[in-house]
Design a protein around this ligand. Structure first.
Ligand SMILES: [Fe+2]
Length: 241
């Protein structure tokens, strides 16, 4: 993606692989130096999904799992922004997949152990494709914070997981979006692996009252930047790049 200008990854912006306060990083972190190898052409160019596969409710988590006449429980929001390349231009045609806990902080997953209840009308997954100017949007309910077993009394801030697919198999990036003003953000051991306040800021969606739908839903703005000084932090790569 981009105009061919190469922007080297600034590893100082990203979390180190080994951050013992985030306990599972101890076993996940590579014990040996990574080996880099040149990607194959098919990894760079191979299509991995069809843009015509999306259904009409894929970008509407409020309704895409709900029973007829029902909708997900929780604060109604929509999240919107742009996928940008390193020069600030929009990236069209990127597949954006999101997943999240429900408004009580509970995931619909067989290994989920939190006592908060499932919402029968909320699945927690959605997807959309960026438009010609890189813009995207989806509707959902604001997820709740949840506790996680990290050895202490640790809670995740409210967050939405993002996966971005480009046009080839190797172009997948994964990150999380937090909500402006959430007091849980600076307390989270995962957030605290990000070495700079500016890096955490790049993961924080802004309340966007100008685009709020009156009497319906609030808006949050979240731009995703692929490589470059303003790059969003991604968790896909072992080194955190
Ligand atoms: Fe999560």
């Amino acid at each position: 993606m981009g105009d061919g200008t190469f922007f080297a990854r600034d590893r100082g912006r990203h979390p180190p692989a080994l951050t013992p306060d985030y306990r599972t990083s101890v076993t996940r972190a590579p014990a040996r130096a990574p080996i880099s190898f040149p990607p194959s052409l098919s990894e760079e160019t191979g299509p991995v999904f069809g843009h015509d596969l999306l259904g009409p409710l894929d970008a509407d988590l409020i309704r895409n799992f709900a029973r007829p006449g029902h909708s997900a429980i929780g604060p109604r929001i929509f999240v919107h922004g742009r996928v940008l390349d390193e020069t600030g231009r929009g990236v069209p045609g990127a597949l954006i997949e999101v997943w999240q806990a429900n408004a009580g902080g509970r995931y619909r997953h067989k290994k989920e152990g939190y006592l908060a209840p499932l919402d029968p009308d909320f699945g927690g997954c959605g997807r959309t494709i960026s438009g010609a100017d890189g813009s995207y949007a989806f509707r959902t309910v604001q997820p709740g914070p949840y506790p996680w077993p990290n050895g202490g009394n640790d809670w995740r801030p409210a967050h939405i997981h993002f996966s971005i697919f480009g046009s080839g198999f190797a172009q997948r990036l994964i990150t999380q979006m937090y909500f402006e003003g959430d007091p849980m953000i600076p307390l989270c051991p995962i957030v605290r692996t990000v070495p700079t306040a500016e890096g955490i800021d790049s993961l924080t969606a802004r309340l966007d009252m100008a685009n709020t739908l009156p009497m319906d839903m609030r808006a949050y703005r979240f731009d995703l930047v692929l490589r470059g000084r303003r790059q969003t932090l991604f968790e896909t790569r072992p080194e955190g790049g």
